[in-house]
Design a protein around this ligand. Structure first.
Ligand code: NBP
Length: 477
């Protein structure tokens, strides 16, 4: 017998993905650099389906039916290149290598190009949902050549998460690095969502005066409404959790320094290159970095802040409702920014990404799965060439209804000295976009003054320069 798919790299993600394929009826070839992991998988889970354990690369490749489908699930970066170098020489034209790791899309583009020259189909595949998702159904974002999806797609559709309407959470995102690019932005949006939730929590705690347990209840209530999402759900779980050792709220015994693995940072770096304002995601990345500067924070702790005001019970409850509005409005903005980045990447690299399809495959399996994504899907269904999510009538109306509360929350945060970089950045983006005139005109004047960089006029075509050092007359540049 031969295997329809092989997985090399059997740490948590690879192991669970292999089990997911096997549980769905596929024969799965297994390989890992350290052979003991392969044996462990077969010993512990061998009865879940058909596995073929291979000890060497050659055995692994020979176990696969042709054309071969080989999934790599190893640490991104050097290890992925090492594994490709090991297997590529053993493969034949028409075979497929699928990289399910969190690769940088630029690496995926490079690898796809090199392997294409050998006739090997290289599919950079974003996988979201953590280890549970890998086992029970992740959201899957494959890129690579379209024809690879003809044979791989049906298998991925089987193992993927299903949205509430039953649609599989996988689609061919686009050529070469498109899948990993979209996975990267997914993670950036995840950072922003988490930051906004964190700010809501801090406001409910410091301004409204609620305890973590009370805030858990508030999040549970929010989770029955338009904020219904995996992240809100687990937030309530984390906040309700009590530390067994001390009896304190769990959130109070955890060191408040957030770590990051890099995909959020990449999202911002690439956005800078593409010239896309993803201020919400950037603030989320910066907030994590700031939290990690323990010495700087210790040195700043004595700095002056405002005197806190106490809210009555009724005021606190009203404030909590306003925070929900602020969170929702800010969330619309951060998705607007993330989708803008995907559109810009798609334009830059000719990927022709269907934004509606992307929102659709994020509805299940992944970390940012949420009822909200159905609304984004509906927005793109109504108008595929929507210039921005904010141009969608429903979102525009919801923000219009939320904006007074959104502003009030940011005013309260400012008055009470609670940092809300995510909420504020989202509102600043919103206000700047809808502004009739921006101070960018002044910026252009300054640039022309000190660097003769020229400017355009509102009333005439062409580029102009004012002779600032002379008689200040205007010349055509
Ligand atoms: P890790 O990212 O921890 O990678 C461990 C695997 O890489 C092991 O199988 C290890 O083999 C193998 N490996 C390394 Br390290 N260097 C190698 C080399 N030079 N040659 C061959 N194999 C090598 O595993 P993971 O957490 O399961 O994640 C796998 C991929 O999935 C990563 O790219 C990750 O970013 C991505 N991802 C993870 C999650 C998540 O929630 N964890 C979610 C989505 C995507 P060994 O056993 O011999 O050391």
């Amino acid at each position: 017998t031969s295997a329809q798919i092989g997985v090399t790299g059997l740490a948590v993600m690879g192991r669970n993905l292999a089990r997911n394929f096997a549980r769905n009826g596929y024969t799965v070839a297994l390989h890992n650099r350290t052979v003991s992991k392969t044996r462990e998988l077969v010993e512990n889970f061998g009865d879940e389906g058909d596995f073929i354990a291979a000890e060497t690369a050659k055995e692994f490749v020979e176990a696969l039916e042709r054309p071969r489908r080989l999934v790599i699930m190893v640490k991104a970066g050097g290890p992925t290149d090492a594994v490709i170098e090991e297997f590529a020489p053993l493969l034949e034209p028409g075979d497929m290598i699928i990289d399910g790791g969190n690769a940088h899309f630029a690496d995926t583009r490079r690898r796809e190009k090199a392997l294409r020259e050998q006739g090997i189909h290289f599919v950079g595949m974003g996988v979201s949902g953590g280890e549970e998702g890998a086992l029970h159904g992740p959201s899957i974002m494959p890129g690579g050549p379209k024809e690879s999806y003809d044979s791989l797609g049906p298998m991925l559709e089987k193992i993927s998460a299903k949205a509430a309407d039953g649609a599989p959470c996988v689609t061919h995102v686009g050529p070469d690095g498109a899948g990993h690019f979209v996975k990267m932005v997914h993670n950036g949006i995840e950072y922003a969502d988490m930051q906004l939730i964190g700010e809501a929590y801090q406001l409910l705690r410091d301004v409204a005066g609620y305890s973590p347990a009370q805030i858990a209840d508030i999040f549970r209530t929010w989770n029955t409404g338009r904020l219904d999402s995996y992240l809100i759900e687990i937030t309530a779980e984390v906040l309700a959790h009590v530390d067994a050792a001390t009896g304190k709220p769990f959130v109070d015994v955890v060191v408040d320094q957030a770590e990051q693995k890099g995909t959020g940072r990449w999202t911002v770096q690439i956005a800078l290159d593409l010239g896309v304002p993803v201020s919400g995601i950037a603030e989320a990345v910066f907030a994590r970095s700031l939290s990690g500067h323990a010495d700087l924070r210790a040195a700043s702790r004595g700095l002056a802040g405002p005197k806190p005001t106490a809210l009555s019970e009724a005021e606190a409850a009203a404030f909590a409702d306003r925070v929900e509005q602020a969170l929702y409005a800010s969330k619309i903005v951060s998705y607007t920014q993330g989708f803008h980045e995907i559109q810009a990447g798609s334009d830059e690299y000719d990927w022709d990404i269907d934004l509606g399809a992307v929102s659709s495959i994020w509805r299940g399996g992944c970390i940012i799965r949420a009822a909200f994504l159905d609304r984004i899907r509906a927005a793109y269904d109504a108008r595929a060439d929507l210039p921005s999510l904010l141009s969608d009538e429903t979102f525009a109306r919801e923000i219009a209804e939320a904006q007074d509360d959104w502003r009030e929350v940011i005013i309260a945060a400012t008055r009470e000295g609670v940092a809300v970089p995510g909420f504020s950045a989202a509102l600043a983006y919103y206000d700047a976009l809808r502004a009739e005139r921006l101070p960018a005109a002044l910026t252009q004047g300054q640039r022309d003054f000190f660097g003769a960089h020229t400017y355009r006029r509102v009333d005439r075509e062409g580029a102009f320069h004012t002779l600032w050092g002379g008689d200040r007359s205007e010349v055509t540049a």
